[in-house]
Design a protein around this ligand. Structure first.
Ligand code: UDP
Ligand code: MG
Length: 162
């Protein structure tokens, strides 16, 4: 099934000038960019985006994460493809970069562990956000993008990949 997912190139990706290399990974896989913009979000928006994090990881992680996502602008993307929510999570790699496999974005471009981050009261800097499931993808896409910022068009992969 063709789906859409929300991806953020987090401030460390932008500040490390990795946006192009990260985007290439999705383009190479034949995934379509249907929305893209740079945004510097505020505290309120960050907390809305990261709803549920305090319940899952605790207040201290939420605070570090909100500070992290506001450090610099992010590049917000809506990506489209067949079962793209799970495919994008696979290309991104697992949450903690030391556990992310080589070949994934997190595995190739960072390596910090959850233990090191939390022992030192640091964020887990892992370059990228990707929606976890269909429900969160729908919520996050409508939070970040208006309908007029999303586009329907054909790319070569519509013929040769899909
Ligand atoms: N995070 C963190 N410390 C932790 C757990 C998570 O800084 O102990 C950050 C990390 O940047 C992660 C984000 O919180 O990407 C959201 O956590 P989630 O469990 O949703 O991971 P994701 O879906 O991004 O893989
Ligand atoms: Mg998540």
């Amino acid at each position: 099934m063709i789906e859409r997912t929300l991806v953020l190139l987090k401030p460390d990706a932008v500040q490390r000038s990795l946006c192009g290399r990260i985007l290439s990974r999705f383009e190479d896989a034949g995934i379509k960019i249907v929305g893209m913009k740079m945004v510097w979000i505020d505290d309120k928006f960050a907390k809305t985006h990261y709803t549920g994090i305090a319940e899952r990881h605790g207040e201290r992680v939420l605070k570090n994460l909100v500070d992290y996502i506001k450090e610099a602008p992010v590049v917000a993307l809506v990506l489209e493809g067949v079962n793209v929510i799970d495919v994008v999570r696979k290309i991104v790699g697992s949450t903690y970069p030391n556990e992310s496999l080589p070949g994934t974005i997190r595995g190739d471009f960072c390596h910090i562990s959850k233990k090191y981050a939390n022992d030192n009261n640091k964020k887990v800097g892992n370059l990228i956000h990707a929606s976890e499931d269909k429900k969160s993808a729908e919520r996050e896409i409508s939070l970040w993008f208006s309908k007029s910022e999303l586009f329907n068009y054909k790319i070569v992969h519509d013929i040769h990949v899909i």
